[in-house]
Design a protein around this ligand. Structure first.
Ligand SMILES: *Cc1c(COP(=O)(O)O)cnc(C)c1O
Length: 428
C-alpha cells in the first residue's frame, strides 16, 4: 500500500504485524527479560548496532517496541522509544542533549510535576531551566543563551487550557540552532501533531489519553529525525564519538535515527527508565480507540465548558474551545479537531468553595490524574501545584479559586447534573 493510511487505521494497525512465531493477531506480551542470540557473531552485531534485534528488555522488548512504533507513526516521527512514565520520558528526551552547566528554556505553563522536575530536581545533574511566558516571544529569544540545549513546552498546556503557538516557538528554536521538545500529553497526536509545527522531539505521558483508562503509567519519546545534530558542536553525544558507547558517532552512523538509538543504547541502558511489556500491552489496547475517545472527550468538554461559563456561580472558564477564549485562533491552527478536554474554572467563593465542590461531586473522581474515560476533578492549588509559589500557581493557571476538570466520555448531561448539584452545595 503506497498511500499514507489515515489516523483511525494507523491507531489500530501501526507497529503490529501478525506474530512471526504463532500468527497471533494481537501484539503478544513478550514477558521475557532476555532474547537468545543465534550465535556469537549475531550477538556482536547486535551490540555494535549493526543489526537491529533484541538483547535485553531494559533496552528493547517486542511488545514495548510495537507501542513505540505505533506512537511514532501517529506523531509522524522517524523513531521513538517508550519509558516507565511521562516524567521518565522528559528526562530521557533531555539526556542526549544535556550536561552539567547547560540549560533549557521552558514555558511557565506546564504540568505542575514538570515545573518541579525542571525547577528543582534536574539541578542535581547540573542542568537548569529558565521558565518564560511563551506568549512573550522576545522573552523566549532573550532567555536562550550559549548554554541552552533545548526549548520545552506543552502543545495544550496543563491545567489552564492554554495553546502554545508552536510555529512561532519553533521558528525561534530553529534560528538558535536548538531542538524544540513538545509535551503532547493533553492533546495527543489525534488533536495535535507538533512535528508538523516544527517540533524536533515529542514526549507523551502514555498514562493519560493514550491508554485512556487510568490503568498504567508510561511515557514515550518520539524524534522527528529532522534535526541536524552535527550543524554545531553543541550536541557532542550525538555528533562526536560517544565515550559511553565505545566511541560510536551516532549521527554519522545512524543519521535520522541517531537520537532514538542514543536514547535506547545509552539512555535506557544506563538510566533504566524502561517500560515493561504488561504496561505496553494495556496502552496498545487503549490506543486502538484513541480518536473515538478524543472526539467524545472534546464534544463533552465543549458542552460542559459552555454550561459552566453561563452559570452565575462560576467566575470564569479557561477552556480554549470556548468562543470567548483568547486562544480561539490558535486552536484553529494548532489543534483544529478540538482543544482537548482539560480545563479549569473559577468558583465564586474561592478556596473554601473549591474544596466543598470537590467533596460534593458524586460522578467525578477526585484524583491526581487526567485523560481517563471517567470524569476527574482536582483542586490543583491544594494538591498537584501545592509545592509551587503563589506566583508559579498563578502563571500555571492553578490559582486557589480554580478547580481543574478532566472531562470523561460519560453522557454530557450526567456530567453537567453532577457539577450542578455540587456547585449548589459549594456556594450555598
Ligand atoms: C501526567 C503528565 C506528565 C507526567 O507523566 P507521568 O506519566 O505521570 O509521569 C507530564 N506532562 C503532562 C502534561 C502530564 O499530564
Amino acid at each position: 500500500m503506497t498511500k499514507q493510511q489515515g489516523f483511525d487505521t494507523l491507531q489500530v494497525h501501526a507497529g503490529n504485524t501478525p506474530d512471526a512465531a504463532t500468527g497471533a493477531r494481537q501484539v503478544p506480551i513478550y514477558q521475557s527479560t532476555s532474547f537468545v542470540f543465534k550465535d556469537a557473531d549475531h550477538a556482536a552485531r547486535l551490540f555494535n548496532l549493526q543489526e537491529v534485534g533484541y538483547i535485553y528488555s531494559r533496552l528493547t522488548n517486542p511488545t514495548v517496541d510495537a507501542l513505540a512504533a505505533r506512537i511514532t507513526t501517529l506523531e509522524g516521527g522517524a523513531g521513538g522509544f517508550c519509558c516507565s512514565s511521562g516524567h521518565a520520558a522528559q528526562i530521557m528526551a533531555l539526556f542526549p542533549l544535556m550536561g552539567p552547566g547547560l540549560n533549557i528554556v521552558a514555558s511557565n505553563r506546564l504540568y505542575g510535576g514538570t515545573i518541579t522536575q525542571f525547577g528543582r530536581t534536574i539541578s542535581r545533574f547540573g542542568w537548569s531551566c529558565k521558565f518564560v511566558d511563551f506568549d512573550d516571544l522576545d522573552a523566549v529569544k532573550a532567555a536562550i543563551d550559549d548554554n541552552t540545549r533545548a526549548v520545552f513546552c506543552e502543545s495544550i498546556a496543563n491545567p489552564g487550557g492554554y495553546i502554545t503557538d508552536l510555529d512561532a516557538i519553533s521558528a525561534i528554536s530553529d534560528a538558535a540552532g536548538i531542538p524544540l521538545i513538545v509535551d503532547n500529553t493533553s492533546a495527543t497526536p489525534y488533536l495535535c501533531r507538533p512535528i508538523e509545527h516544527g517540533a524536533t522531539i515529542v514526549v507523551n505521558s502514555t498514562t493519560k489519553y493514550l491508554t485512556g483508562n487510568g490503568s498504567v503509567t508510561g511515557g514515550c519519546v518520539v524524534d522527528s529525525g529532522k534535526f541536524d545534530w552535527s550543524a554545531s558542536d553543541k550536541f557532542p553525544s550525538l555528533s562526536q564519538p560517544e565515550p559511553a558507547y565505545h566511541g560510536l558517532n551516532f549521527h554519522e552512523a545512524l543519521g535520522a535515527m541517531a537520537f532514538t538509538f542514543h536514547g535506547i543504547a545509552v539512555g535506557l541502558r544506563d538510566l533504566g527508565m524502561t517500560m515493561n511489556p504488561q504496561a505496553a500491552h494495556y496502552t496498545l489496547m487503549g490506543i486502538e480507540t484513541l480518536s473515538l475517545r478524543m472526539d467524545k472527550h472534546v464534544a463533552n468538554a465543549v458542552k460542559v465548558a459552555n454550561w459552566l461559563e453561563a452559570d452565575p456561580r462560576v467566575d470564569y472558564v479557561t477552556y480554549a474551545g470556548l468562543d470567548s477564549s483568547p486562544y480561539k485562533d490558535r486552536v484553529a491552527k494548532i489543534c483544529p479537531k478540538g482543544a482537548g478536554a482539560l480545563f479549569t474554572f473559577a468558583v465564586k467563593g474561592g478556596y473554601d468553595a473549591c474544596v466543598k465542590l470537590v467533596d460534593s461531586l458524586e460522578l467525578f473522581s477526585h484524583v491526581a490524574n487526567l485523560g481517563d474515560a471517567r470524569s476527574l476533578i482536582i483542586h490543583s492549588a491544594s494538591t498537584t501545584h501545592r509545592q509551587l509559589t503563589p506566583e508559579q500557581q498563578e502563571a500555571a493557571g492553578a490559582s486557589p479559586n480554580v478547580v481543574r476538570l478532566s472531562i470523561g466520555i460519560e453522557d454530557a448531561d450526567d456530567i453537567i447534573a453532577d457539577l450542578d448539584q455540587a456547585l449548589t452545595k459549594a456556594t450555598a
